[in-house]
Write a new protein. Sequence first.
Length: 255
Amino acid sequence: MTIDIVTIFPAMVEGALAAGIVGRAIDRGTLDVAVHDLRDYTTDRHRVVDDVPYGGGPGMVLKPEPVLRAVDAIAGRRGGALHVVLMSPQGRSFSQAVAERLSRTAHLVLLCGRYEGVDERVMSRVDEEVSIGDYVLSGGELPALVVVDGVARLVPGVVGDEESVRADSFSRGLLDFPHYTRPAEIAGSLKVPDVLVSGNHAEIRRWRKREAVSRTLARRPDLLAHAALDDEEREILRELQGGTRADEGASDGRD
Ligand code: JD8
């Protein structure tokens, strides 16, 4: 999969892309990510990318021509179909379903705005607008990195263990169970649950399912409507809903 990112802060994006699972996928060539400095697509001596808004008002607007030139250059260089995404508070919310759909496109272009946003005429080359949530950020760079991370994990070969990708929280519609590592006890009081050190793998699997279902019921009951539960999980859910209502705290008090 190929991803092109257009930004006025290439260093900010490149730094983040070099780390972790995504960085390794880029190094190995499983993922081809290129970051483009919007200023390279200006034609004036001062490489100006912004201008005052028509109609007046505060702030600056990203000029359309550099953005359109960048998209044209990327299209020309890469050839084939592009899917152009503008990171924008006006976009539809990024979700696991959107990540899955975008991961099936061969070539993504992510446009990062700044200031008050981009000149609306850029929309002539945009296929969709995506937001990462209802809070105010200063630009599209962090949202683009979120999209790259979420999408890249779904590209075959990026995450070593395909099984773990399928099992991931939002793929199944359940929250994760609690994790512990050594030591089994800290300061004589903070203990790992006995079941996890018991070595009884059937018990451990059941305990994890119960924890995942009870946490989801307590914290994100909205997820249960679309969750892909197996028979055992469904039974656990019935049990938990039976005695106590979710809003009274169905689990062990931690949730
Ligand atoms: C792109 C400029 C800042 C937006 C004035 C503050 C996404 N979930 C999200 N929150 N914020 C953004 C986002 C913010 C952006 C730009 C994305 C370009 N800004 C502007 C309009 C109001 N400021 C986002 N995806």
